[in-house]
Ligand binder design. Structure first.
Ligand code: HEC
Ligand code: HEC
Ligand code: HEC
Length: 382
């Protein structure tokens, strides 16, 4: 695990010198950086925008600066913010901050995280930005209600689970907050479940124009899954979109044992719903058109049989993104292209963007083709 922490220095120069490496590890797994740092800003100095239907809100400065950051937070204040979503001055935090997941952090991890945040993160005098939410909501009163209804207390793991499964469940539902993107949300933006006592947990959700597929009943080996988390690709698949950022900033720093625990735990989850039946018969005519587009634009890299090339171009056969209930990410990657994350174990490879090259109809055709070809059997795009 020390080796992994040293590798962190590539992205954060002082990282390997942290006086609290345990806390730094928790910060990595919990991915505090992702939301609390802007592209050119100081680490953890906040200011990243989170669009909501009512206007943007901004993450805050969580460096130990005493004026602009959380330098005056006691451990009790910190615990209240992370577990209950209540800031030091008593106002409830918007649920963009995934405190319902962080509520599950162990006391030891939370303490280590606090020591690290207070003593290793350099203070930055960056002022917080005001949110753009209209005044009625920025009075923030509905959030107290939100909290009362939707956040639960930590769920004990079943007594007969192995240590690896327990650790995996903890990492996924707690610090890793995988459900923040992979669990569907309900009418008030709450995640429909915060642990595996409910089959909605990790059953797939749309997030910022990407579909984060169901992590239940995954058709991958533990090795492949581990490799996706640690280097952003496996022999046959690759991550993209927001998952690329998750890998770059967070999961690539997992210890082997923890990556293994997550893989074992996820593979122990049963599928939420029976796989949808292919509806390709409804779109029989689109199939040929889609094949033509595929052979012309895609097969040079992904191969006529969709198998890709080991270690460079992902296989589209039996691929979680291709087979997801919702074709959102597949369409998105064709339109915008993608790049595998640069991690310790991976040199980045690019997929070109087809915006402007392919018409909307061609994109629909090739989407349906890929979802139905080579035994994939996912539903048609509409
Ligand atoms: C998915 C995005 C996201 C992640 C991940 C995240 N935060 Fe936040 N956090 C936010 C946002 C957005 C706010 C501001 C909410 C508001 O103003 O109501 C916030 C607010 C806070 C606050 C309140 C600070 C204040 O202004 O008083 C603390 C403390 C905090 N986060 C700590 C953390 C820590 C520690 C981690 C990692 C364990 C973390 N956050 C991870 C989005 C995130
Ligand atoms: C910020 C949102 C976000 C978070 C947090 C997140 N994911 Fe994802 N994840 C996505 C999106 C979007 C995709 C679809 C893109 C893709 O398939 O690579 C995805 C895809 C995946 C895939 C399929 C990769 C493939 O082969 O295409 C796996 C496995 C996965 N996530 C695991 C996890 C785990 C485990 C966690 C928690 C440690 C996690 N994710 C947290 C957004 C997220
Ligand atoms: C120049 C080579 C190249 C061409 C041409 C190409 N791709 Fe890709 N594709 C890639 C690479 C490299 C990746 C990995 C990028 C990533 O997922 O971050 C990828 C990723 C994908 C993924 C995501 C796989 C996963 O595991 O998440 C899908 C789906 C996909 N391509 C479909 C297509 C389709 C459909 C076409 C034609 C319209 C196409 N590609 C054309 C190289 C290519």
């Amino acid at each position: 695990m020390r080796n992994l922490l040293i590798a962190a220095g590539i992205f954060w120069s002082a990282a390997s010198l942290a006086a609290h490496p345990e806390g730094e590890y928790v910060a990595r797994v919990a991915d505090c950086m992702a939301c609390h740092t802007t592209a050119n800003g100081a680490p953890m100095a906040g200011g990243k925008a989170f669009p909501t239907p009512l206007g943007d809100i901004y993450s805050t400065n969580i460096t130990p600066d005493k004026t602009h950051g959380i330098g005056r937070y006691s451990y009790a204040d910190f615990e209240k913010a992370l577990r209950q979503g209540i800031a030091k001055d008593g106002h409830p935090l918007y649920p963009a901050m995934p405190y319902p997941s962080y509520a599950k952090l162990s006391d030891a991890d939370l303490r280590a995280l606090y020591d690290y945040m207070m003593q290793d993160v350099p203070p930055s005098a960056t002022a917080n930005k005001e949110s753009e939410i209209p005044w009625l909501l920025s009075a923030r009163w509905p959030l107290h209600l939100w909290n009362a209804f939707f956040t639960d207390s930590p769920q004990p793991a079943p007594a007969n689970a192995s240590d690896a499964l327990k650790r995996g469940a903890y990492l996924v539902a707690g610090p890793g907050h995988c459900g923040a993107c992979h669990t569907p949300r309900g009418f008030a933006m709450q995640e429909k479940a915060y642990d595996d006592s409910d089959a909605a947990f990790l059953s797939g959700a749309m997030i910022d124009g990407w579909y984060a597929p169901s992590l239940r009943g995954l058709n991958l080996s533990a090795e492949e899954l581990k490799s996706l988390l640690l280097i952003g690709r496996s022999k046959h698949a690759a991550v993209s979109g927001s998952m690329s950022e998750v890998v770059t900033q967070s999961t690539q720093y997992l210890s082997e044992t923890d990556a293994d625990a997550i893989a074992q735990y996820l593979l122990s989850l049963k599928g939420a719903t029976p796989p949808r039946q292919a509806q390709s018969s409804q779109r029989a005519s689109s199939s040929d058109a889609g094949k033509t587009v595929y052979l012309r634009y895609c097969s040079t890299c992904h191969g006529e049989q969709g198998k890709g090339t080991d270690d460079n171009v992902p296989s589209l056969v039996n691929n979680p993104m291709v087979q997801a209930d919702d074709p959102g990410s597949l369409v998105r990657i064709i339109v915008d292209g993608a790049e595998t994350p640069t991690t310790r174990g991976n040199v980045s490879f690019k997929m070109p963007a087809y915006r402007g090259t392919l018409s909307d109809q061609q994109i629909r055709d090739v989407t349906d083709y890929v979802r139905g070809a080579w035994g994939n059997g996912a539903g048609a795009a509409q």
